[in-house]
Write a protein that binds this ligand. Sequence first.
Ligand code: PTJ
Length: 272
Amino acid sequence: MDITEIPDDHPRKVSLETRETIIEGHQLHIVATAGLLAHGRGEAFDYLIGETTTPQAKKAIYAAVAEILLANHPVISVNGNVCSLVPTELVEFSEITGALLEINLFYYRKEREDAILKVLHDAGAKTVLGTHDRPSETIPELSSNRRKVDSEGIAKADVVLVPLEDGDRTEALRAVGKRVVTVDLNPMSRTSVFSNITIVDNIIRAMPIMVEVANELRELETRELEKFVQEFDNGENLETSLQIMIDRLQTEAKEALHRKPRTVKELKEADA
Ligand code: PTJ
């Protein structure tokens, strides 16, 4: 389906358009084939959370942005899905916070690296780390392709933003002493659990808010930023996020008892 064919009043318009973006990203080699499946998993959790940025996610965003602004050497790890969904916001966020952009792929292929690099450059990025021609080091705790990191980027980082991540790396980054911030719609994923700060929200909603919040917090003094981080507890954050999903399921379950499918006549009357 062409994006332009989705009518404005379609209740799932944003979700369908986002799906089209990911499919197009796959055709352009930005997104891995497994990235399509990862996106579907994200969609399912987004449905459970009500396809909205919850007040809890907003709190996590403030803590995450403060953490990144406080860091000495923050790095944003860019994979195919993130690059395809929010390239402009990634670059804006990097510019405001001073966090460096580093391409780091689980399913590495040179043509994917090239495609992602082009998107980031087109979005205005001046420097992009993690490409094959750059000095690199390995994180020994990791066996996947992600073990190769840029010597000037993740290797040196004190805080790493790893959105839409597979579980292993967060654990490995924590094991080598880095603080990890993630965006992940699944509050039970290993990445969510092992991160210092997890934003349980769709990256397409979270990233523009992160840009706004970075602009809001950038002039704050260190002790004010530290307060956001100190007052944040990721265990409580994940519990609240899961509880929001549970409450929503309970409401849905009650309503399902009484919900009747509408007849064709009723649908026509509603349309008139
Ligand atoms: O581009 P590559 O080669 O580095 O590969 C990237 C993927 C995403 C394929 C790789 O990191 C992977 O396999 O990830 P997982 O293990 O599927 O985990 C992705 C997590 O992101 C899951 O917990 C999903 O629920 C979550 N997720 C997917 N889409 C979104 C999301 N979270 C927030 N916003 C989304 N749009």
